[in-house]
Design a protein around this ligand. Structure first.
Ligand code: HEM
Ligand SMILES: *[C@@H]1O[C@H](CO)[C@@H](O)[C@H](O)[C@H]1NC(C)=O
Length: 500
């Protein structure tokens, strides 16, 4: 199914998510120009200068956000600073306590404009529908939290997911047994995308959705890796028919699902509840389809790269593979059904858990964006005024590469987040990582995401002898999907593992 994708050579200078960020910045600046008065904001952080007026920073940020922010912070002696982006002040914070204070002041420093922009511009939703979705968000979010974080409900979702992963892994096993040398070589990224992606779609949206619309995953990848630029800049459809077509195929597949929700008994209870509610509030079918598309983005675009990168790290260390296998064997993994894996992952796999956090720490490239709705300050910086119309940002890399919080930040240390009592470094992920945003939009999938990764990784190392094929491949610095897609691919050699 994904074969056509493997030959894709995406050589554009700009990547999808970079364009999102650039466009958000430019878009937001439209109204900033009229409202923002630069002279009344002197009681605040210093500016870090830039090279090209107005769009200089937007370009730098979009091309290599990580290096840019790290250098700018250093240049400003590790204090908060601001940069001028398309005429608008972006206040950049790097401290965890600041991040907490920003997320607490949600009325004044809000995500609303950012979200609304995504719905209208990226997903093509009308302004009234986008407003309605904002209104139903609070209730919908509590449904998310219950199904994705509540123990019992989450176990239901996760056991379905593990069952699907198991099924697709059987397919890989069959391919190995049918091959001449009882050994196959697979494209690592495509394998993660296909296995984890398909299993996730089946789990939430149901088999029927995927059977009726088998191109959903491929269309999503197309939109993310090639289609963002024209969509974001509102290039007329006649000039860029393919991106719009791919986006709209997904949205109409999901709008159809919304229409037939009662008849589809393979849709998760979670989606039944979430979308029955949103439907009851008068949101249009098309907008519901768009919301389901946003959910697809949320549930895959971070998880898939994180899993792929974790595997790349794991496969480079025989010792680590052995340790993960031992942990799983000790936890009884070999003797349980896919559904029972919810009792093992992650409670009995602290090493794998540490690997998940360490991968997020090193590669997550989130930039929290908030809009300052009215002149305000944050509790940690009472003397500073954040002017109305400014943007507040917390780039995760500035926290994740802070040497005080994470000694030797450039080194991948699989046991960094493992308890000292188990021989690890004992860092506390909950307190020192910020990959999931915060406040009222704090990622509700943060625990399921871990299980997506573990379900895949555990099966991979327990079923197969797996090795990196000796070839040029990169360990991409950041986990943005579009970036990853362009990097030299790793290939994995799979054989059936001799059971022990
Ligand atoms: C590596 C895995 C993941 C990462 C790093 C991640 C990160 C994030 C971040 C940063 C946000 C909030 C943005 C903000 O507040 O500024 C977010 C929101 C969200 N995430 Fe995740 N996420 C991950 C996995 C998942 C998964 C697996 C799901 C679903 C099963 C999910 C569902 C959501 C949803 C629905 C929201 C929006 C909440 C709202 O309504 O505002 N995420 N995620
Ligand atoms: C790094 O983390 C420490 C401990 O939380 C904090 O005091 C410091 O301000 C952080 N550095 C930066 C540049 O934010």
């Amino acid at each position: 199914m994904l074969h056509s994708l493997s030959t894709t050579d995406f050589t554009n200078l700009w990547s999808g998510s970079s364009w999102i960020i650039l466009t958000i910045i430019l878009f937001v600046s439209r109204w900033a120009f009229s409202k923002f008065n630069a002279s009344d904001a002197e009681k605040g952080p210093r500016q870090v200068g830039h090279t090209i007026p107005f769009i200089g920073h937007a370009l730098t940020m979009a091309k290599d956000k990580k290096t840019f922010f790290m250098n700018a912070l250093k240049e400003n002696k590790y204090q908060p600073f601001w940069i001028l982006v398309a005429g608008r002040r972006h206040y950049i914070f790097s401290d965890l306590t600041d991040a907490g204070a920003i997320h607490k002041n949600e009325n004044d420093i809000s995500i609303r404009n950012i979200k609304s922009f995504l719905y209208t511009q990226v997903f093509g939703v009308s302004k009234p529908d986008a407003d309605l979705i904002w209104d139903v968000n609070k209730e919908a979010y509590s449904v998310d939290r219950r199904w994705l974080l509540g123990r019992e409900e989450q176990d239901k979702i996760t056991s379905q997911y593990f069952r699907h992963v198991d099924h697709h892994m059987n397919g890989l096993t069959r391919r190995i047994l049918q091959s001449d040398g009882k050994e196959i070589s697979v494209d690592g990224l495509l394998t993660v995308v296909y296995l984890e992606g398909t299993s996730t779609i089946q789990t939430f949206y149901g088999d029927t959705t995927l059977r009726k619309h088998p191109q959903i995953l491929e269309d999503m990848i197309y939109v993310v890796t090639k289609g963002f630029k024209p969509i974001l800049f509102g290039v007329p459809r006649v000039l860029a028919p393919k991106p719009y077509a791919a986006r709209d195929r997904i949205i109409s597949a999901f709008a159809e699902l919304a229409e037939e929700l009662d008849q589809r008994d393979d849709v998760s209870g979670y989606f039944q509840e979430r979308y029955t509610y949103i439907n009851s509030r008068g949101v249009s079918r098309k907008a519901i389809g768009a919301d389901m598309f946003r959910h697809l983005f949320a549930s895959l675009l971070n998880s898939l790269p994180t899993t792929y990168l974790a595997v790349l790290h794991i496969l480079q260390s025989e010792e680590l593979i052995r340790a993960i296998r031992l942990e799983l064997t000790t936890a009884g993994y070999n003797n349980i059904s896919p559904e029972q894996r919810v009792e093992v992952l992650p409670e009995k796999t602290p090493l794998l858990r540490s690997v998940w956090f360490e991968t997020l720490r090193m590669h997550n490239n989130l930039i929290t964006l908030r809009n300052v709705e009215r002149e305000t300050n944050i509790a940690t910086r009472p003397e500073w005024t954040l002017p109305k119309g400014a943007v507040v940002s917390v780039p995760a890399v500035l926290i994740h590469y802070n040497e005080t919080l994470h000694p030797e930040p450039d080194v991948f240390q699989p046991t960094r987040f493992l308890d000292r009592s188990m021989g690890g470094k004992g860092e506390n992920a909950g307190r020192t990582l910020k990959p999931f945003g915060g406040g009222s939009s704090y990622c509700p999938g943060r625990v399921f995401g871990e299980k997506q990764l573990m379900g895949f990784v555990a099966e991979l190392v327990m079923r197969f002898d797996v090795e990196l094929v000796e070839e040029e491949f990169a360990v991409p610095p950041v986990s943005d999907f579009d970036d990853l897609w362009k990097q030299p691919r790793s290939h994995w050699k799979l054989k059936q593992k001799v059971q022990n």
